[in-house]
Design a protein around this ligand. Structure first.
Ligand code: TYM
Length: 336
């Protein structure tokens, strides 16, 4: 608990262009939960370097991601929005947690398997221990709730396992976090291949709607979305393309799939696709305008970055000191 509120933590990688999947699966829920919780929203730039990055591009994307958090509606005066690399306690706690995580547990992570297949020339130790850094992110703030998309569930379960393991050995050290997955939008699929999730790293740009895509691009991508030859708009697994479009539509508008199916009864796929594009653009246009403003306000952004890193460090060092003490690191004597 911080300030009598439960703690919420989540983060996104500053890798690639953010997609509508990131927004609907995570960011949108961060906003709806932000009043109720004491929130830490992290730009996880340390996770990003598990895959080779061009330094200038990484720096630019990390900044853009922070602007997107704020532009989407997270108030940086109320919520702690910061860069992971500005708070060294994340990496320090990760070392400790590494010593309480088993190789077998990390070997089972499907994201590691996927990413190492994709980057066979760079299967580095960071890619393998990536989920331990994620556990450190979460546990460092004694987090109660972690709103993420379904693809992060396995990582979150590992964070819980590590927390429980350390609590069993040393007595209460960490709060054991719960995951929060949205009912609609927890897994937005590619518009070109509805069997796979919409992803920043998809090589086919038509599969993903990027948060910075302009309105015409969004409309074009929606129109090109892969559907089927059934010719009816129903919400069911047999029609994965249509189901995905309905998911996007409902997640954007707060409607239920039943409401959407009733709305589109007897209508063609083109009508649905245009309605999806319109709903997406209603979210993206104001977001993009606000990003533009923030991008020009360097003094404001710098102040947010500095103040929030200090705030995060304050809470992070509290937990880190507690853990260091519990595991038996020598105390640092005070200077007389
Ligand atoms: P990342 O950067 O891949 O994704 C950020 C968030 O977006 C969600 N997401 C999706 N949701 C629905 N449909 C999709 N197609 C889709 N694609 C992505 C993800 O589930 C995630 O919530 N390891 C994390 C970042 C991280 C983190 C953390 C998250 C690092 N430390 C601590 C929570 C807590 C990641 O790579 O997310």
């Amino acid at each position: 608990m911080i300030n009598d509120k439960k703690v919420l933590f989540s983060g996104m990688q500053a890798t690639g262009n953010l997609t509508l999947g990131n927004y609907l699966g995570a960011l949108k829920n961060w906003i709806s939960l932000s009043d109720e919780f004491e929130c830490f929203y992290c730009v996880v730039d340390e996770h990003s370097i598990t895959v080779r990055q061009d330094p200038a591009t990484l720096r630019k994307r990390a900044r853009l991601l922070m602007e997107i958090y704020i532009a989407a509606g997270l108030d940086p005066e109320k919520n702690t929005i910061y860069y992971q690399s500005h708070v060294p306690q994340h990496a320090e706690l990760m070392w400790i947690l590494n010593c309480f995580t088993y190789m077998g547990e990390l070997n089972r992570m499907t994201q590691f398997k996927d990413k190492s297949a994709k980057h066979a020339d760079n299967i580095n130790a960071g890619l393998f221990t990536y989920p331990v850094l994620m556990a450190a992110d979460i546990l460092l703030y004694q987090t109660d709730l972690v709103p993420v998309g379904i693809d992060q569930k396995q990582h979150l379960e590992l964070a819980r396992t590590i927390a429980e393991r350390m609590n069993n050995i040393y007595g209460p050290v960490f709060t054991v976090p719960e995951g929060y997955y949205p009912k609609i939008g927890a897994k937005i699929m590619s518009l070109q291949d509805p069997a796979h999730k919409m992803s920043k790293s998809d090589e086919n740009p038509n599969g993903s709607i990027y948060l910075m895509d302009d309105a015409d691009t969004v409309a074009r991508k929606c129109r090109r979305a892969v559907t089927d030859s059934e010719g009816v708009i129903l919400y069911r697994d047999e029609q994965p393309g249509i189901k995905n479009l309905l998911d996007i539509y409902c997640a954007c508008n707060g409607k239920t799939p039943e409401m959407a199916v009733a709305e589109f009864e007897g209508k063609g796929y083109g009508v649905l696709k245009d309605a999806v594009a319109e709903s997406v653009n209603a979210i993206l246009s104001p977001l993009q305008a606000r990003v533009k403003e923030l991008d020009q306000d360097k003094d404001y952004m710098d102040k947010i970055i500095l103040d929030n890193a200090d705030k995060a460090s304050y809470y992070a060092s509290k937990t880190l000191r507690k853990v260091q003490k519990k595991i038996g690191y020598p105390e640092r004597p005070r200077r007389k």
